[in-house]
Write a protein that binds this ligand. Structure first.
Ligand code: C2E
Ligand code: MG
Ligand code: MG
Length: 500
């Protein structure tokens, strides 16, 4: 027996091996069990954290504390029932912050979040107690007012006023924004199911008209929006197929009445609808993400045409119009420089026109582009000047060499002493800042004579020439008949540079 279990016996070693194996299994099992427990504990912790967060967010949108969409819909259902019982009215207001995307793009998402929180606070401060308020997406808010349409319109007006006050964001200058509001009323505008959609239709109508306003739903709005949607679909096709043409309208020297430049104005040749004005389709292209591609085509085509004229001996200064989106594009100036270089054009002979409202935007992105344009030596003109409220201090900083007086100022020159006083002030101001002034929309000899007397530098308008195709402009220039006209002659094309 002792031999059987002694240190040298086989049984002894077998028992030892078994014991070791058992120990190993036990240790491994213990380790696995411990690891599994840790994982369970970890999961439990994550679950706890998540449920705490959900708990905190439960009353509403995490960022603003307002209701989420689903709860707003429930509140609306209940309010509609109350309305039906009492035979009263209620209204849904769809509120959208104008230009919020550019706040996010140019100032970053932290500032964007601050703005949204402040907007929620402002909405809260102008709405009666118990008004259900929700944030339904990025910068879109819904308000539910258990009153009739006139009271909802008053509320919309208060929302616009509150939103127009500067927003004090941290680490930066206060931002001044605006809002748009669409209103739909129950039961006047129809069934509960369509109420929010109708408020949204009204909001879109406000946006399409430029924002900063409110509108109540009107069935015609839905019809207009369907037509617009069809036009946008056509515009998408047109952009791919390049169904565009640049027309050119001369600018005339006010003293010599010689042509100083030609402004490129885009036209869309719609296959069924004929020629469509940029005033119609450029805003659509801006809203639907097509302006980048169209704007690039304008740059290439204007440079190509300027190169062709140059090769024919017509050294025409060409101006193009830029949109807000292009001014925020990082590659705008390199693209322009490349197009100029490949057509052997000097940047100093090329002008870009930027509307006053866009020049006023004064965001980091537009500042960078202004600076890059200045470095590249491209001339900048401020278009539609006098239509907005440019800060004079800011105007001084802009590297613009030309101000284009808005045609609304030119229109009333002959009939209104006020219009004359404003036009004179604009010309004097521009000259004090060493900028040239071009008057747009000159249609009558009386307007021309007044502007010349006031010292305006250049004139543009139907009195001299309407925008025309590049071919028509070339033919006009070569035509002896026309060369006797003060507005245009072939020799004038030798150099159309006003102030290089
Ligand atoms: P804008 O740059 O201020 O151009 C002046 C507009 O006034 C042009 O309208 C022109 O045809 C019109 N006009 C010129 N002289 C007279 C006149 O004596 N009387 C009247 N009543 N109108 C006159 P158009 O060509 O329809 O262009 C409208 C606007 O569309 C332009 O205003 C410009 O802001 C924009 N646009 C045109 N082409 C482009 C483009 O290639 N890109 C961009 N982003 N915008 C463009
Ligand atoms: Mg222009
Ligand atoms: Mg203009």
């Amino acid at each position: 027996m002792s031999a059987a279990v002694g240190p040298h016996s086989t049984l002894f070693w077998a028992v030892c091996a078994l014991a070791l194996l058992a120990c190993g299994v036990a240790t491994t099992t213990a380790l696995l069990w411990w690891r599994a427990r840790r994982q369970v504990a970890g999961l439990q912790h994550s679950l706890d954290v998540a449920s705490t967060q959900v708990g905190a967010a439960a009353p509403g949108d995490v960022l603003t504390g307002l209701l989420p969409r689903a709860e707003f819909e429930l509140a609306l259902d209940e309010a509609v029932q109350r309305c039906d019982q009492r035979r009263s009215s209620l209204c849904v207001l769809f509120v959208d912050v104008d230009g919020f995307a550019s706040v996010n793009d140019s100032l970053g998402h932290d500032v964007g979040d601050q703005v949204l929180r402040l907007v929620a606070e402002r909405l809260h401060s102008v709405t009666p107690q118990k008004t259900a308020a929700a944030r339904v997406s990025g910068d879109e808010f819904l308000l539910l007012l258990e009153h009739d349409l006139p009271q909802a319109q008053q509320l919309a007006q208060r929302v616009l006023q509150a939103m127009a006050l500067p927003l004090p964001v941290a680490h930066g200058r206060p931002l001044t924004l605006s809002a748009s509001v669409g209103i739909a009323a129950y039961p006047v505008h129809g069934a509960r199911a369509r109420l929010v959609a109708q408020a949204h239709t009204a909001l879109r109508a406000v946006k399409q008209a430029g924002g900063r306003a409110w509108a109540s739903f009107d069935p015609q709005m839905a019809v207009d929006q369907r037509a617009t949607a069809a036009l946008v679909a056509d515009l998408r096709v047109a952009t791919g197929l390049r169904q565009f043409e640049l027309f050119y309208q001369p600018k005339i020297d006010a003293r010599t009445l010689q042509v100083t430049a030609a402004e490129a104005l885009i036209r869309w040749h719609h296959p069924n609808k004929g020629v469509i004005s940029p005033a119609v389709f450029i805003p659509l292209a801006e809203r639907h993400g097509l302006i980048g591609e169209i704007g690039n085509w304008v740059i290439d085509e204007a440079c190509r045409q300027a190169g062709t004229w140059r090769a024919a001996g017509l050294r025409m200064r060409v101006a193009i119009n830029l949109s807000a989106y292009q001014m925020r594009q990082d590659d705008l100036v390199p693209r322009l420089e490349a197009a100029l270089a490949s057509n052997r054009l000097q940047p100093g002979r090329f002008t870009v026109e930027i509307t006053e409202s866009l020049a006023l935007e004064n965001t980091q992105a537009t500042q960078r582009t202004f600076e890059a344009l200045r470095r590249a030596g491209v001339h900048v003109a401020i278009d539609d000047f006098g239509a907005g409220q440019t800060s004079l201090a800011y105007l001084r900083q802009l590297p613009a060499s030309e101000l284009k007086m808005d045609m609304s100022l030119v229109r009333d020159l002959a009939s209104s002493a006020d219009a004359r006083a404003i036009a004179e002030a604009v010309i004097r101001l521009a000259h004090a800042l060493e900028r040239r002034v071009v008057a747009e929309g000159v249609e009558t000899a009386a307007q021309r004579d007044l502007l010349v007397r006031m010292g305006c530098d250049e004139l543009q308008g139907y009195l001299f020439a309407k925008p025309m195709s590049a071919t028509a402009l070339g033919l006009w220039a070569m035509d002896d008949e026309f060369s006797r006209r003060p507005a245009f002659s072939a020799s004038l094309f030798q150099d159309t540079v006003p102030q290089d």
